[in-house]
Design a protein around this ligand. Sequence first.
Ligand code: HEC
Ligand code: HEC
Ligand code: HEC
Ligand code: HEC
Length: 496
Amino acid sequence: MTMHCVSFQRCVAVVTVVMATLVVVVSLGSAGGADDVASAAARERPSAEIVLLFTSDTGGALSGCGCAGGPAGGLTRLSAAVAAWRRGGRPSVLVHAGNLLARQNENDGSTDRDVLRAVRLFGFDAVNLGPYELRRPASRVAAWNSAGDLPAASADVRPARTGGTGSADEAALFWPAVVTVQRGGVRVAIVGLSGGRPPDGGGYTIGNMAEAARAAVARVRESAHLVVVLYGSDWHQASELAANVPGLDVIVCGGSGKLLLEPKRVERTLIVQAGPNGDRLGVLILRRADDGSLWAAEQRLLTLTDRVPDDPRITEIVFEREGASGSEGQMRGRQGKREGEHRTDSLLRASSSQCGACHEGQFKNWSESPHGRSLESLAALEPANREPCYFCHAADPADRLKGLIGELQPPQPTPVGCQDCHAVDISHGQRRKKPPAARPTKEVCLSCHTYVDSPGFDFAAYRRRIAHPSAMPAGTKGEATPPVTVPVGPGTRPSR
Ligand code: HEC
Ligand code: HEC
Ligand code: HEC
Ligand code: HEC
């Protein structure tokens, strides 16, 4: 049984007919073809919407380094961000456009095992071999594949015909050109294209990219609702590919070149990119258009700032690793640094209204500000789909960590509040002492006002727009008012 999917619409029509047939077959008591994969696929009516989660160039980094030009998030935060999107329950596919294990300068491959372990915890549906990975020895690349569970796709990388050694390593380089997954009844074919050039004598060769793509498309176009290419390099070159190879729905590019803030359309192909260093998780929500073509209804780039919690399972791997290498000092240093990054993590939690008990003016002003109303902007979304927005549109994402990764329900979100900007707890009020380091710096704002989400951000101008009245609570100017005891309510947790 073949499905013709020139368009999404037609696929749905074909599937509907197949479904009707199946009902007849089943009602006649003959379930002979029930284990036929195609009919199983046909029984599930393709969802009208599918989410493509994408990133690239994570470069073997387990956790963010917090340094300029280094990965913002690493796999620890990527995992938490992916978990937040998956929580919404929409059908989704997670792909990596290349350079999962290697970056430009480095590395001896000593992190490969740990990276593969971490990746196993949250699972990619397809991973492409990127240009930096091609610079590594073939034996190392082959080992990634033979580790077994990396769903690698590579249509253009092949063992060298001449100059190769004919070893088992080479055979392992025969990664499948295409990985196919089915989510919510939508069949997604994912083709890998390296976009790189191996060094001489590297043990493998790169075929002609456009030819490899055409051959792969010819094989899968009929049966797939959606054809996605993972392309390890620049989106400029991907545009040429889109113009020359018909039948591609989406090309996910590697992180080089200027960041594509919006998807770019070339002919019928959408080109997307999540930027360098694995700094972002890209999210492309594809919806069926009325004319049957797929259309990107929405794209969001989720920057993995310190608002996105670390997945403790992967942090554990980092610590084990650093412990094993005997550098306890380094380990402690990192631990301290990570805590410092989550600057409000160690605070005794208070709700904005608890602060407002003394800072009435600021509270009133804040309640009417965009921050006090930051949950209202999400009202149009299904509640389950709001989870990834809460990283910036709600207070204290760290408290929701357990809920995102584990079985627990994350606590009810509250809008961006006092402690998201002021790293102070409530004790100064009880002591009636001015808290130290109370004024937020620009960096505090930038953890949410990234250039992706807030391209017009200007610290001075934005600060003026959220200015609160400066009137201090009564009793601070030497007046003898009794100290106020503020109840420590739910949502408060002890500092670590
Ligand atoms: C990395 C932080 C971050 C994340 C994640 C985030 N936002 Fe925002 N969002 C912001 C900031 C900052 C602004 C204010 C931008 C400005 O005006 O400068 C904003 C503004 C908005 C606005 C109002 C302004 C507009 O663009 O119309 C909407 C609506 C919105 N976000 C929706 C969402 C939704 C929906 C999600 C989740 C799918 C989300 N945001 C995730 C930071 C974020
Ligand atoms: C019990 C009353 C009380 C509570 C509750 C309280 N504060 Fe204060 N806060 C004060 C007083 C009093 C001062 C001024 C101390 C001074 O100037 O000597 C102050 C000062 C501040 C300042 C410094 C202002 C400056 O000029 O630098 C900030 C910021 C602040 N509070 C934020 C908060 C936040 C955030 C919360 C909630 C976590 C909170 N406060 C809860 C009483 C309170
Ligand atoms: C915890 C995340 C977070 C932090 C930290 C944060 N903001 Fe925001 N900010 C938001 C979000 C989300 C919005 C959009 C609210 C909405 O409309 O839904 C926003 C909106 C704004 C707006 C209104 C923009 C518009 O176009 O309407 C201003 C101004 C602003 N923020 C200033 C600041 C300043 C200044 C700082 C630092 C002192 C700061 N913000 C820190 C999340 C944050
Ligand atoms: C989006 C970030 C943000 C949020 C949320 C926020 N503040 Fe502020 N707050 C600031 C900034 C920035 C200043 C410094 C204003 C300046 O210097 O221009 C400030 C100043 C203050 C001050 C000192 C006022 C003064 O005289 O300068 C107090 C007190 C205060 N905030 C309390 C609160 C309380 C209480 C809340 C919650 C109800 C709150 N803030 C929420 C950013 C924020």
